[in-house]
Design a protein around this ligand. Structure first.
Ligand SMILES: [Fe+2]
Length: 350
């Protein structure tokens, strides 16, 4: 047994203690055969040293093999759009209205990725936030909205509109005071009232841009409307809500839950999926949520997860009837989480 710095551990060493993060959440359990993904994960979580058992001889090194996913290309497209969107956001903030072509150009790299790459979201999970939450969040919502439009069978022009509505959905926040927008704790009732105006402010900011479509305008103004009437600004219900707004709503909820905030740690994707599965029977559109869940869960097949019993496993398969509870392989054993209701995914390794 040896206590080693994380920079010294190599694949095949066996972890001899549970490793927790600073808030007490289990990262990797005792007994795990460390893979390159585990080691990278520990580094990203700023773990400095761990207790491991050395394994001598290559024959004893056990590395879980999975397809290598190249994230670089998607990351470049994402970064390029974040940089351009930041410029657009700041123009709105200064009271200038960008031309349609400038916004469309910002999205061009993403259109191509959304249409051509079915593993896009899987790669997206590996991208770390590049800028402030608002910019990072808007681009992620744009990507997910475009993908969801594709999964719903919409044509190319509608996929582009969904990505555009996703990018601009929170543009009204550029007119919300910074002390409310960046408050690191819960908003008061009065502050929340101000924050809620961003949906209408966004509509007002973009309504005079030539070529912007009616659906994109409604998608931006209605992205906080909910099918059960519990949303804002107008408390619309069911089919009163524009379909692009329903797409952006699902994307917005998923991205907000899976991104770190100053006051709240990100949920892992399966926890967010569980939440959306629950809400698709009340506030989120049922068929769009179902389409989203069955497609997005599929992208996590092959990913390593940590379970609440401390074991790590690989996602083998997801199920349409309960996408948030996949089949997980732990060593030689397979666990269908739909049946093992005492087992939960607590974190993802990569
Ligand atoms: Fe919003």
């Amino acid at each position: 047994m040896a206590k080693l710095s994380v920079s010294e551990i190599i694949p095949g060493m066996i972890l001899l203690d549970d490793v927790f993060d600073e808030s007490g959440i289990l990262l990797i359990g005792n007994g795990t055969d460390l893979t390159p993904n585990h080691i990278d994960f520990l580094k990203r979580k700023m773990v400095t040293e761990v207790n491991v058992k050395r394994i001598d001889g290559e024959a004893e090194v056990k590395v879980i093999t999975r397809p290598v996913v190249e994230a670089t290309d998607v990351e470049e497209k994402y970064k390029s759009t974040v940089v351009k969107f930041k410029t657009i956001y700041n123009e709105f903030r200064l009271g200038r209205v960008p031309v349609y072509q400038e916004i469309d150009d910002a999205l061009e790299p993403l259109y191509e990725a959304i249409l051509s790459d079915d593993h896009f979201t899987r790669k997206m999970w590996q991208i770390h936030a590049y800028d402030d939450y608002t910019f990072d969040h808007s681009v992620r919502v744009s990507m997910i909205s475009g993908l969801l439009a594709k999964w719903c069978g919409l044509d190319y022009s509608k996929i582009k509109e969904a990505a555009l509505a996703g990018l601009l959905h929170d543009i009204g926040k550029c007119n919300i005071p910074d002390q409310i927008l960046n408050k690191p704790s819960a908003l008061t009732v009065e502050e929340f009232k101000v924050m809620k105006t961003h949906a209408i402010l966004g509509y007002i900011l973009i309504k005079d841009i030539p070529n912007i479509s009616y659906d994109v305008l409604q998608g931006v103004m209605q992205h906080h409307e909910r099918v059960d009437g519990s949303g804002y600004p107008n408390g619309l219900k069911g089919n009163e809500i524009n379909y692009l707004a329903k797409i952006v709503a699902v994307a917005d909820v998923y991205c907000a839950m899976t991104q770190d905030r100053v006051y709240k740690k990100a949920m892992h994707p399966f926890e967010a999926m569980s939440f959306i599965l629950e809400k698709c029977h009340s506030s989120l559109d049922f068929s769009m949520s179902k389409s989203f869940l069955s497609n997005i869960s599929h992208f996590y097949i092959g990913h390593l997860v940590i379970l609440n019993n401390g074991l790590s496993g690989e996602i083998i398969m997801t199920y349409k009837d309960d996408p948030a509870r996949p089949l997980v392989r732990v060593g030689e054993d397979y666990y269908d989480l739909r049946r093992h209701i005492d087992m939960e995914i607590v974190s993802m390794v990569d």
